[in-house]
Design a protein around this ligand. Structure first.
Ligand SMILES: C[S@@+](CC[C@H](N)C(=O)[O-])C[C@H]1O[C@@H](n2cnc3c(N)ncnc32)[C@H](O)[C@@H]1O
Length: 185
């Protein structure tokens, strides 16, 4: 049953997100990724919606995606792109079999809501970053400043998680990022 949901999630992901993409996400992706350089790791790359925003100043781009349905579409996007510096892998963010301090940037967009263990994932990402490396993230989070909305997020979260392949609506991701040792300097 889970594999059927994962199949449909991958197949309809771009269509489902299209309006939000047009309204804001594509601009945010461009702002976040447009100035990156050096060696970059992206976790949970999905169908590869970030791909077109990486500039030529990126030396090596490693895209990881654990779901095979997503990877199938991601692979097509990579082949259609004009980039020849991309490696694709199937790691979960919690355990990435690459050496310490391998990357200048680690990118996570709309992924920390879905990982099994956010703290383990972020600790792993910190390990992979070079001393002056940066975590670049865009995540939806718990509406802590809006009690009414937060109540609804919590109410529908069990259903949302089921249909959205473990997507949590009310995670306090910023706290976990800090807990993993990242700071905003
Ligand atoms: C909502 S999609 C986001 C896709 C893409 N990053 C984007 O910005 O459109 C969430 C992605 O996280 C992936 N994912 C789920 N659990 C994961 C984990 N433990 N480690 C890495 N990626 C994971 C899913 O397979 C899915 O591709």
């Amino acid at each position: 049953m889970k594999s059927i949901r994962a199949y449909f999630m991958a197949k309809f992901y771009d269509t489902a997100i299209k309006k939000v993409e047009e309204n804001c996400l594509s601009q945010w992706r461009s702002d976040l990724l447009g100035n990156l350089s050096g060696d970059v790791l992206e976790i949970g790359s999905g169908t590869g919606l970030n791909l077109k925003y990486y500039p030529k100043t990126v030396n090596m781009l490693v895209l990881t995606e654990p779901d095979s349905n997503m990877r199938h579409i991601l692979n097509q996007r990579i082949e259609e792109s004009d980039k020849d510096n991309i490696l694709m892998a199937n790691y979960h963010a919690e355990s990435i079999d690459l050496p310490d301090e391998s990357f200048d940037y680690v990118v996570s967009t709309l992924v920390l809501c879905s990982v099994k263990n956010p703290l383990n994932s972020l600790t792993e990402l910190k390990r992979l970053l070079r001393p002056n490396g940066q975590l670049i993230f865009m995540e939806h989070v718990a509406a802590d400043d809006n009690p009414k909305l937060l109540k609804w997020q919590k109410r529908i979260e069990p259903f949302w998680k089921w249909i959205g392949c473990n997507c949590h609506l009310a995670r306090q991701t910023e706290n976990v990022i800090k807990q993993a040792g990242f700071n905003s300097n």
